[in-house]
Write a new protein. Structure first.
Length: 328
């Protein structure tokens, strides 16, 4: 008992709420009062910043602040993202696009905007299927989602195409206008044959017989000397049709192939040397004899190389024509 007759009780006794001191704070009565005062002050301060009639979010339990089923939705989105990543990473998406087209193109085709007609103008040596493949247009494409700028760039990447334009005609048509480079000759190097323009630029590869009638040049830098070779063909006169190919030798001179006979021209004065050959053929039918080469590199003479059979026959004939010597 204190002096006023009140029973304070021991300091460690439980208070009326079962805690140590007031409100279970573990503090003695006076300290508990202090805690209550601090909490009251904090509550009053929060009320000052909370609009009238609206409870502070801090006073709302978290389970009421978070939308219902948010966790389920987040799990579903994560699972779908993982499934999509696996679908793409496994190559299944690429196979799907190859077989059916892109999803956007599929939707556009369903809506009636599939590519049903492609008009191509300016084709000279390319095939339609080659133009379509180069432009990236097929039965899975749609007019809506076709990138005409990309299709044009793809066409210009084809060496044979000098210029191109691509435009859409809704709802179902694509119009391609192109200009092809003019092939002038074939160029053989390292066993491969390419199609070249008049300036020697490679514009295509020899894949079939569509270029078979073009002149053929062989050897390093022969494409850069095409103009000189074509001038020689023109100078060959009546023999021009019999020239099958020209080999550029050591970056200096030409050897022409005529019906299996090599015509070796000089580094300078090749046109004059060809004129001599034309005269020899006209007067003596030299190319119809059993020869494999005619060397015109010396201006004052013509050297002819016989075939092996003709050389053997000539050697045998010379032996028989020699007078028999006296044996000793």
């Amino acid at each position: 008992m204190d002096g006023g007759g009140r029973n304070v009780g021991p300091l460690g006794a439980e208070g009326p709420l079962g805690g140590h001191g007031l409100l279970g704070s573990g503090l003695p009565g006076p300290a508990a009062g202090t805690v209550r005062s601090v909490r009251s002050a904090l509550a009053a301060r929060l009320r000052r910043f909370t609009p009238p009639g609206r409870r502070s979010r801090l006073a709302v339990p978290i389970e009421r602040r978070v939308p219902r089923h948010l966790g389920t939705a987040a799990f579903s989105v994560s699972f779908a993202a993982l499934a999509l990543a696996g679908f793409i990473g496994s190559g299944a998406y690429d196979r799907f696009v190859a077989e059916h087209g892109r999803p956007l193109d599929i939707a556009a085709r369903i809506a009636g905007f599939g590519v049903e007609r492609v008009t191509i103008s300016g084709i000279a040596r390319l095939y339609e299927r080659e133009v379509l493949q180069a432009a990236g247009i097929d039965g899975h494409s749609s007019v809506v989602f076709l990138d005409v700028a990309e299709a044009r760039e793809r066409l210009l990447a084809v060496p044979l195409i000098a210029s191109a334009s691509v435009r859409k005609v809704y709802p179902n048509e694509i119009v391609i206008t192109q200009v092809e480079r003019e092939p002038a000759a074939l160029w053989q190097r390292n066993g491969e044959i390419a199609v070249i323009a008049a300036d020697g630029t490679v514009i295509d590869q020899m894949r079939d017989d569509r270029y078979a009638a073009l002149p053929l040049v062989v050897g390093d830098d022969a494409n850069l000397k095409l103009k000189d070779y074509l001038a020689l063909i023109e100078a060959a006169g009546a023999l021009a049709e019999r020239v099958k190919a020209g080999t550029y030798v050591s970056g200096r001179r030409w050897t022409l192939k005529l019906d299996g006979v090599d015509i070796r021209l000089p580094e300078t004065g090749a046109t004059e040397a060809l004129a001599r050959l034309v005269k020899l053929e006209r007067d003596n039918r030299i190319l119809e004899k059993d020869i494999i080469a005619v060397d015109l590199r010396m201006p004052d003479r013509v050297v002819v190389r016989l075939t092996e059979e003709a050389a053997a026959a000539r050697a045998e004939s010379q032996k028989k024509s020699k007078p028999k010597g006296t044996s000793t």
